[in-house]
Ligand binder design. Structure first.
Ligand SMILES: Cc1ncc(COP(=O)(O)O)c(C=O)c1O
Length: 365
């Protein structure tokens, strides 16, 4: 008997998640003193100094289980977001939020609608739950809301929308997305992944929390501390939804999925406005540097509402990523997303960005 026969049969089509290469891996393959990881959209500045200081205080609490329902922390979130603590659920990263939501609402045979090119984990949880992913083709590489709407059936349970989308970094037009959300029947959840919303220009930010507060109870919003807050290694994500949905999620959520470290430093990170603003401002200005340099090189790219850019390097993406790594820059080849000649790169700090362009010029000029 093959072990596969014993598996949850629904997970067999899932391709294991391929993360960006780590610095450790890269250093084991090449002999360079310094390597910059620009593959996973982390914050190159590190974490907020306030969060770091809090982290140093936690050494003598590591043997204690975290609190499951930390009112003070939830209140800090609620105050920042302008909602109630009953609207918020926390987990170990946005990934945990996606899993918990799926576990809470998907029954076998339910359908989820997922844009063809987007973040992979929506499909994973759909399959784990024996639900059926229905893929919506892109239109000029963008999420096609009309197509998604046309795929709604009486089995549809969740529509996943990543805005800005990964890997293109593009946002949907604000008025179109709001009109779509208003149109979706209220018994279908819209899972709005806003992992990168902090980097998004106001013209593209739909004010999702306000829509939820205005009575759009089928809306569920994902946010994360992995990007702008610089805490990808700690694993903290949060979901914002109606109290009824949050209560359903609390039934399936692993009791201690937020570590004592995550729970204690999240509030500090959330309160560090200086670090947050600096990250947003510097990322925006470095993005302009990218656009200018890419224009000079005659390479096309997607204008991004995030902290990364998808660039068409006009050569095999995997070969380009390998050649860049050999020069100390780790990027993500976007072939698995359906872009065989594109790489996705995290906007670094100026020095890293300069080094990237120095390396890129050697490849493409
Ligand atoms: C679009 C999107 N959603 C969610 C996540 C999950 O992030 P995390 O689990 O680190 O919070 C990521 C991570 O890169 C992402 O790109």
């Amino acid at each position: 008997m093959e072990l596969k026969e014993l598996a949850n049969q629904s997970i067999l089509p899932i391709k294991p998640y391929v993360p960006g290469k780590s610095v450790k891996q890269a250093l084991s393959e090449i002999a360079l003193p310094e390597v910059y990881k620009m593959a996973s959209n982390e914050n190159p500045r590190g974490a907020s100094p306030r969060a770091k200081a809090k982290y140093m205080e936690l050494a003598d609490q590591l043997h204690i289980y975290p609190e499951i329902y930390d009112r003070e922390l939830l209140d800090a979130f609620a105050l920042k977001l302008g909602c109630s603590r009953d609207n918020i659920t926390l987990s170990n990263g946005g990934d945990g939020i996606i899993y918990n939501m799926g576990m809470a609402v998907l029954n076998p045979g339910d359908e989820t609608i997922i844009p063809e090119i987007t973040f992979a984990v929506y499909e994973t949880i759909t399959r784990i739950m024996h639900a059926v992913p229905v893929f919506s083709p892109m239109k000029d590489f963008a999420i096609d809301l009309d197509d998604i709407y046309s795929r709604i059936t009486d089995k549809t349970k969740i529509i996943f929308i990543c805005n800005p989308n990964n890997p293109t970094g593009q946002c949907l037009p604000k008025d179109k997305l709001i009109a779509f959300l208003k149109k979706v029947p209220e018994h279908i959840f819209v899972f709005l992944d806003e992992a990168y919303i902090d980097f998004t220009e106001s013209d593209f930010n739909i004010g999702s929390v306000e829509l939820l507060k205005g009575g759009m109870n089928n809306l569920f919003i994902l946010r994360t501390f992995s990007k702008v807050y610089g805490l990808a290694g700690v694993r903290i994500g949060f979901g914002i939804g109606s109290p009824e949905l949050i209560s359903l999620i609390s039934r399936v959520k692993p009791p201690f999925d937020l570590s004592i470290v995550a729970e204690n430093i999240a509030a500090e990170a959330l309160a560090d406005d200086e670090f947050y603003s600096r990250t947003v401002t510097e990322t925006a200005s470095e993005k302009e540097y990218y656009y200018a340099e890419l224009d000079k090189l005659g390479l096309s790219y997607f204008r991004s509402q995030t902290n990364y850019i998808l660039i068409n390097v006009k050569m095999d993406a995997k070969k380009a990523a390998q050649a860049l790594m050999e020069q100390g820059i780790i990027v993500r080849p976007a072939a698995s997303y359906g872009f065989p000649t594109c790489i996705r790169i995290t906007i670094g700090q100026h020095r890293e960005n300069e080094l990237f362009f120095k390396a890129l010029r050697k490849l493409v000029v």
